[in-house]
Design a binder for this molecule. Structure first.
Ligand code: SF4
Length: 197
């Protein structure tokens, strides 16, 4: 990661850590900014209990599954994936963040996108899909279909937490990861290798 990107991310991180724009900050232990490396951006909904405790995104059971999903496509959050959420503070009892909370926090995610300049973004679940692409359409309808906005390719797919609840959906995510790998080779790295596709 270039020093410029690192410096810009650090400035933004300090702003976000001090944010109190919505009531979610009152109920969480800490703000979860996001982490990883440029290359591909992965966006989830918001921190859960373990993420809130550790201050890192996707470190609970869903996070472990996400790591396996990324690995199946030859991706690693320490090497070529950056992971962030739509809301940076944990909603109480892990409820879905409201549309208003998402809209309030979105400025931070949009600033991250502006700094990271990803060519490919994986949107995990309906909250990420609807907040980032500003669409009312559901994840079941749009998953597996590329959405291009301002030169960035967005792939909506199911959230890993949904796969934990309903493993039958894993086959759909596997399909989406194959599309992701193909697009990654097309627009980022033609020599990208993955263990399964
Ligand atoms: S959820 Fe986002 S907007 Fe709300 S306080 Fe946390 S960082 Fe700020």
């Amino acid at each position: 990661m270039s020093q410029t990107i690192l410096a810009e991310l650090e400035i933004l991180k300090q702003e976000v850590l001090a944010c109190r724009r919505c009531r979610l900050r009152d109920g969480c232990q800490q703000v979860v900014f996001g982490e990883g490396r440029p290359g591909r951006l992965v966006i989830g909904e918001g921190p859960g209990a373990e993420e809130d405790r550790q201050g890192r995104p996707f470190v609970g059971a869903a996070g472990q599954l996400l790591d396996k999903i990324l690995a199946s496509g030859g991706f690693d959050r320490q090497v070529n994936a950056y992971i962030a959420n739509v809301v940076k503070c944990r909603p109480p009892s892990n409820r879905v963040p409201t549309a208003q909370e998402c809209a309030t926090c979105l400025r931070h995610l949009e600033a991250q996108i502006k700094i990271l300049k990803p060519k490919i973004v994986l949107l995990l679940g309906a909250t990420a899909l609807q907040a980032v692409l500003k669409t009312p359409q559901g994840i079941t309808r749009l998953r597996g279909k590329w959405q291009e906005r301002d030169g960035i390719y967005y792939m909506p797919t199911f959230h890993p937490a949904a796969l934990l609840r309903d493993p039958r959906r894993k086959i759909d995510v596997w399909h989406d990861i194959q599309l992701l790998v193909a697009k990654y080779r097309e627009v980022v790295d033609p020599n990208h290798t993955s263990p399964f596709c």
